[in-house]
Design a protein around this ligand. Structure first.
Ligand code: PLP
Length: 404
């Protein structure tokens, strides 16, 4: 509302930032952190923390050594302004060729400040304010905030609750002439589901047909920071293999368990037409949005960082221990195929009430409501095996209390 003559509009923040602040899961996340006293509670002795995908152990020495070596200047321009460093792009492309079977090249990769940076650049370089972006629930809780910040309209669809697979009919029904983007996240946070090839092929067919019908191309943002965290017997396939108009967004924060170091990239598949235009748009945005490039030291470290990973076999052992124990107690939990999350059903219909009961017993997890999927809760397995073992009697005790 405009002030009348003589009055002053004293609202301190822009309508744009107020709108982002109100974004559903984004606001809930802050409330969750504040209301549960999370920051203090997670440090209390005896409290077992399974909330955020943060590290619970000291970083591996090779990681620290890679950063230390990258911080030693090799020339006077070492710490000069940097766009994407060619050494980083080439190392990223070489590694990506091993994960997603396409002939990726460094010139179609741009280094970003983690997955956040890659997703926001993809959204803004491909879509205009007012365009719609379709994604499935439960989502990563920041899609809505990133979409609103880009001026886009979030359109949310359900997944198949039995299989945690994409519901392609729901996606097809959600597409309108304003649809510009579909976000796909596999391996999925929080369900741990890796979407099968058949789903991704059918999605590609659906999007080809919808683009032709609309007379405007629909792009896929493939958000795949967990594409290297896949368990035995499971094959990861990227949507980029089946749909040329895909932008792949990656973060090193998960594979290296160092999310605070803000490193990732955006990669365009070799078969994408007009890639030069997209790359130009991405790079211009990186500058204009506030120099959204990873810092020089992180970029110099990429070739060495690409040789490192968290211990996926140990993570799988933690997954196996936790799922088997929870099931034996009576929890309803699917076996995740990748990522470091479990997404069991809440024994109480009110997942927040159940999460509060667990918190009273000193176990911190996230309610499904944070993922716009009430009736579930998320456990993050970056916690140590010792923490998992210590938590099991408490999970059993709280289940008994709420069932009784
Ligand atoms: C599905 C998904 N996408 C993107 C991100 C962002 O990753 P980063 O914080 O490393 O940028 C996360 C982090 O939790 C995630 O789970």
């Amino acid at each position: 509302m405009r002030p009348t003559l003589g009055e002053v509009d004293d609202r301190p923040v822009s309508e744009r930032s107020a709108r982002i602040g109100e974004a559903g899961p984004f606001r809930m996340l802050f409330e969750f952190a504040r209301k549960s006293g999370y920051q203090q509670r997670r440090l209390e002795p005896g409290v077992l923390d399974f909330t955020f995908g943060d590290p619970h152990e000291m970083p591996i020495p090779e990681y620290v050594e890679a950063l230390r070596a990258a911080a030693v200047p090799g020339d006077e321009l070492w710490f000069a302004y940097k766009f994407s460093l060619v050494e980083a792009q080439e190392a990223a492309a070489e590694s990506l060729r091993r994960v997603v079977d396409l002939p990726w090249t460094g010139d179609r990769i741009r280094m970003t400040t983690g997955g956040f940076g890659a997703i926001t650049l993809a959204m803004k370089s491909l879509a205009d304010p007012g365009d719609e972006v379709v994604y499935s629930l439960p989502p990563w809780f920041l899609y809505e905030a990133l979409a609103l910040e880009a001026g886009l309209v979030p359109v949310k669809v359900r997944i198949d609750p039995e299989t945690f697979d994409l519901d392609l009919d729901a996606i097809a029904a959600a597409i309108t002439p304003r649809t510009r983007l579909v976000v796909v996240n596999s391996p999925n946070n929080p369900t741990g589901r890796v979407y099968p090839e058949s789903t991704l092929r059918a999605l590609a067919d659906l999007l080809e047909a919808a683009s032709a019908r609309n007379g405007r191309r629909i792009y896929v943002i493939s958000d795949e920071p967990y594409n290297r965290i896949v368990f035995e017997g499971v094959t990861f396939r990227s949507p980029a293999e089946f749909y040329a108009h895909t932008v792949l967004c990656y973060s090193y924060g998960k594979t290296l368990l160092a999310p605070g170091q803000r490193l990732g990239y955006l990669a365009l598949p070799p078969q994408l037409p007009d890639a030069d235009q997209v790359i130009d748009a991405v790079e211009s945005l990186q500058v204009a949005a506030g120099w959204l490039f990873p810092n020089a030291v992180m970029q110099y470290a990429v070739p060495r960082l690409e040789t490192l990973s968290l211990d996926v076999a140990h993570l799988q052992a933690k997954r196996d221990r936790m799922t088997a124990a929870l099931r034996e107690m009576g929890y309803d939990v699917a076996t995740p195929e990748g990522t470091f999350y479990l997404f069991p059903r809440s024994p109480l219909p009110d997942d927040e009430a159940f999460v509060a009961r667990l918190a009273e017993a000193g176990v911190l997890v996230m309610p499904g409501r944070l993922f716009e999927t009430p009736g579930y809760f998320r456990i993050c397995l970056t916690a140590t095996m010792e923490t998992i073992e210590a938590s099991l009697p408490r999970f059993a005790q709280v289940l008994e209390q709420v069932s009784g």
